[in-house]
Write a protein that binds this ligand. Sequence first.
Ligand code: 3H9
Length: 676
Amino acid sequence: MMSVITTQRQGDILVITSNNPPVNALGAAVRQGLAAAIEELNGDDSLKAAVIRCEGRTFFAGADITEFGKPMQEPGLPTLVDQIEASEKPVVAAVHGTALGGGCEVALACHYRIAVPSAKFGLPEVKLGILPGAGGTQRLPRVAGVKFALELAAKGDPVPAKVAQAAGLVDRLADEDSLTPDAVAYASEIAAARPLPRASEKPVQVEDGVFDAFRKENARRMRGFDAPAEIIDVIEQTVSLPYAEGVQRERAGFMKLIMGTQSAAMRHIFFAERKAAKIDDVPEDTKLRDIKRVGVIGAGTMGGGISMNFLSAGIPVTIVEMQQEALDRGTGTIRKNYEASAAKGRLKPEQVEGAMGLLKPTLSLDDLADCDLIIEAVYENMDVKKDIFGKLDKIAKQGAILASNTSYLNIDEIAASTSRPQDVLGLHFFSPANVMKLLEIVRGAKTAHDVLATAMDVAKRIKKVAVVAGVCHGFIGNRMLMPRQVEANKLLMEGATPQQIDKVHVEFGMPMGPFQMADLAGVDIGWHRDPTRIESIRDALAAENRWGQKTKAGFYDYDDKRTPSPSPRVAEIIEEFRKKSGAQQHEVTDQEIVERTLYPMVNEGALILEEGMAQRASDIDVVWIYGYGWPVYRGGPMFWADTVGLKTIVEGLEKHGFTVAKLLKDKAASGGRFNG
Ligand code: 3H9
């Protein structure tokens, strides 16, 4: 078997190459090979310096995450990076692709770093719930300053090579096409330089107040997460310590985090997201249909947002509306959104024009004849959708994929209004569609394999995380939202307030609770619009023009800055309904809210699995993380249920009178789990 690490001499330079596809993760074989190569360098007088480089699409993308939780084979990464840095002869890191996590730490341990301009550097460990555990918290502040180290390590977003260079993390940029020769030339140039620049030996410069300022600035995004707080603490507590002591503190922090539930949850989601892209009965080499132009029917909020995904990815869009005014309004909103991004510096003005130039507005469905994928995004009405699909059947070219953005309706029924149900599927985007990462791909009974595979590929092109769902009311996400809402309403009748229920959800880690969500989405959504027909609290609120944030009143009152406060009027309305309902009043505890709103979601998830509406439990977790803001550090509802214990979930459900799904009951009885 070919070794993952090979060495080759170019004159007196040793070129050390890693070839460990797909991402050159630093598994045991790579670490052993690198350690041996460094020994080779130092044991041979004819060698003067070394270059560490990688084959394939990237420099080391980090430690091998699949090894976590197993006994570590020697040498561990912390030992290896120290060995590289301790080399008596200079070692140059030649970076392309992404030097992430342990990969960035290997680069930091090298004495010099050269990178192509397209390379990126990052410490994404925080996104796996851990901290850089191979000297990253120690070497990076020494090389690039505390502020930069905090940004990279506590936020986890990579930076381009040029930014890394400005910070001191990259010494030299290579030509995009000649990294290895440039790195070898660089190694020859510095071969005799002494003393060697060793990151661990540099003093750290600390600006006053940098840690508190960083904590304050990022308090919101770090809320609930253990790892960022630990990373800041580790750096703060070690900046004035020698490297050897600092790295011990780092190790202690790493061990604490990696043993914790948050890290297990976040690693679960890392792999769950990648697994979701695989469709069990659709071979990976399925030939894809060519998607060159997309049609979108409806230029409302959804249609506009959906279009932006494709425009941003450089895919031309034909957008159709029925009236000129609505069409102008829709395209105007798309432009306004792009211009707002440009104003924030996220886009260049020419990118705005580039995207807008790909948009073809029209009033005629006939103009969709040259589209390869057509997405219908009109309002939720089966007859309207059937009518549109019937027309599309006559207009669309052969082989075009016909998709509906419905959130609830039956895709098979929609597909039956065409003569080509094999080409029909659901593409359920989440609002705002240009922002939210989730895409539910709804698979009809007759949807062809290549249609599914193409939809998955399109999702990747437009940077969505896609999950396959079967045809059922509300698919995966909205179907699980329903029991939560029903219970939240019942709890109101029994004595809880909207504030209390929302608070429990926010403390759990959700961005907002069910009533805050209703106010944001619009209390009037789905309202029958008859102010005299008051059958629910929502009817009562809607009838009083309490439509949510947009009318500055809903379940809460809002000021001009949309800050919510409890509403005395809503309390009165709830009281009236309580009396009418005859529901028994009691003091509702926070724990009861968890058991009655979150456990039923797990139960619904189990039913979804039982019915085959989701391929795997981890897909359900992905839906909730990317579509509804379930806290990633709890790993999604099914992973969370595993951490609570399925027996406890079943007991809780039974205590509150729910019918428990068979799958959930069976798993609880056998001591099983949803994930693993
Ligand atoms: C760390 O370094 C800790 C140290 O500080 C301390 C240690 C003591 N390990 O994403 P893709 C797999 S923590 C194992 O689809 P892309 C992935 O599962 C690590 N496997 O490709 C997938 O497998 P499959 C810090 C990994 O081009 C395949 O590779 N580093 C790892 O869209 C392709 O992945 C990170 O957190 C890994 N480290 O994106 C970086 N990485 O084909 C994590 C990937 O079977 N990785 N795989 O589904 C990434 O962010 C992206 O993979 C990357 C490529 C940007 C590199």
